[in-house]
Design a protein around this ligand. Structure first.
Ligand code: 5AD
Ligand code: SF4
Length: 473
């Protein structure tokens, strides 16, 4: 498409979750018709977007410190006659928009996650008015109906991509800011998701991770006018020629329906790795957190999933030091971890989020107690993760090759379990899957050898990314 706009440069800084990575790509898409092309650094950019995360710890301070750095860049450029539009997006913008404009008046635009489709209009308004523009409402229209088509994958290499299918959350866990920053739970229509997936595959993507804060609560309108579940959506995606792998994240145990469990049994493209946050193994804490299930409910759910797909590996999120957490509650969490055996887990010390119910709750846990529990939990999780990786050695598994490795002749890829794998092989394997045998475990990756028969070059598949046409070093 030809643009009659003069070329301008855009630099996006992304913090936080995978959905922010996706959102940053979509903001780039929405600004492209205005003439904006990516810039590697802020000092080369006519517009800078800071896409922020509010989930834990000193989120606002981090934003103000980064804004201080960007202010210097903006002033240096202004002195050279180069104006810079500075925008703050994401969940901190949503939660603390007014505060940002008060403390950082050099910011031109503050926009929440539900208003990205209005960005071109905001840029125009900021230019016209010469003052700050703030958009943190939850508009009645769905932003996905107004965003332009996504132009491609968001990760360098382009073999894997995120695709947001659902956003927002109605669960209101006691500790969590997401229902306030991302708004009410909403799903994209099936046709729009499938169209975006088709474009991704045509651009060379082989693995799509479906994203949502509560992705398994997905209930997008189907072509038949009915609400489709995530399982139905994935059954349709699995039919797309060229799409080798499907993942989804993040799920809530309460929304793990029978058809989703069956999809793990029935769909070979659905990878046997599930991120299923449980947060705590204590029923008392799970109730205080408003999670809506018990620790045994979670154990039973894992059993049912393992019965459906025996090689399924689990990942989870844990919070230690939630208000009211006793030693016994923490011991129950450790017991649950031992019972399940996780391939990976993310654990956090509870951090009070302004406006959430737990922030004002009595019996806040002392910081040192939280630190000690976190260390103990992380040591156990690390042990389990190491064991999982060590058990992979000697196994054969399919790897999706995503790019060049660090050493000459080496390729890098990922296993079904999201492990980083390196193997020697021809470059044209990038963008394809091949069977390997895992040889060794390194600190953060596995090394492997290709197993015969090595697939032959496929010429009719589009290459993922023009960058990949270049030889690996
Ligand atoms: N404090 C600590 N961890 C939190 N998380 C969400 N909110 C908080 C908080 N206030 C963690 C949860 C969630 C993950 C994305 O971040 O474990 O699953
Ligand atoms: Fe936050 Fe709970 Fe919703 Fe997850 S389910 S986004 S933790 S409120």
């Amino acid at each position: 498409m030809t643009s009659f706009q003069p070329e301008k440069r855009l630099h996006v800084i992304t913090w936080g979750c995978q959905m922010n990575v996706y959102d940053s790509a979509r903001m780039t898409d929405v600004l492209r018709p205005l003439g904006y092309r990516p810039a590697d650094t802020a000092d080369q950019a006519d517009m800078v977007i800071l896409n922020t995360c509010h989930i834990r710890d000193r989120a606002a301070e981090k934003v103000f410190s980064e804004l201080g750095r960007l202010r210097v860049i903006k002033e240096t450029r202004a002195a050279a006659g180069l104006p810079t539009v500075l925008a703050v997006a994401g969940c901190v913008a949503q939660a603390e928009g007014a505060e940002i404009l008060a403390r950082a008046p050099y910011v031109d635009i503050v926009l929440g996650p539900q208003t990205y489709h209005r960005l071109p209009e905001m840029v125009a308004r900021a230019a016209r008015a010469g003052g700050a523009v703030i958009e943190t409402d939850f508009p009645v229209e769905q932003k996905f109906d107004f965003l332009p088509d996504a132009t491609g994958p968001q990760l360098p290499g382009g073999v894997t991509a995120f695709l947001t299918v659902q956003e927002g959350c109605d669960k209101f866990c006691s500790f969590c800011v997401v229902p306030y920053t991302r708004g009410a739970e909403a799903s994209r229509p099936v046709a729009s998701v499938l169209a975006e997936a088709r474009r991704m595959v045509a651009g060379g993507v082989r693995e799509i991770s479906l994203l949502g804060q509560n992705v398994n609560a997905y209930h997008g309108e189907g072509p038949d006018g009915r609400a489709w579940s995530l399982a139905s959506l994935m059954r349709a995606l699995a039919e797309l020629p060229g799409l080798a792998r499907i993942r989804y994240t993040t799920s809530h145990p309460r929304d793990m329906g029978d058809d989703l469990i069956a999809a793990h049994r029935d769909l070979p493209a659905l990878m046997p790795f599930l991120h299923l946050p449980v947060q705590s193994g204590s029923d008392r804490m799970l109730a205080a957190m408003n999670r809506g299930h018990t620790a045994d409910d979670y154990r039973r759910l894992v059993d049912r999933l393992r019965a459906a797909r025996p090689d399924l590996a689990f990942s989870s999120d844990f919070i230690v030091g939630h208000p009211g957490e006793s030693d016994a509650d923490f011991a129950a969490t450790m017991a649950l971890i031992r019972d399940i055996g996780f391939a990976q887990a993310f654990s956090f010390k509870y951090s009070p989020r302004p406006g959430t119910p737990a922030a004002g709750a009595p019996l806040q846990v002392a910081a040192e107690v939280g630190d000690a529990r976190l260390q103990e939990l992380q040591a156990l999780v690390r042990q389990q993760q190491d064991r999982f990786n060590a058990d992979s050695v000697g196994r054969s598994m399919e790897v999706l090759f995503t790019g060049c490795g660090r050493k000459p002749g080496q390729l890098s890829g990922r296993s079904p379990y999201l492990q980083a794998v390196h193997a020697s092989g021809p470059e044209w394997l990038i963008g394809t899957t091949a069977m390997v045998q895992i040889d060794h475990m390194l600190t953060n990756s596995l090394t492997a050898s290709l197993l015969p028969p090595v697939p032959s070059p496929v010429s009719d598949m589009p290459r993922a990314n023009p960058l990949l046409e270049r030889a690996c070093a």
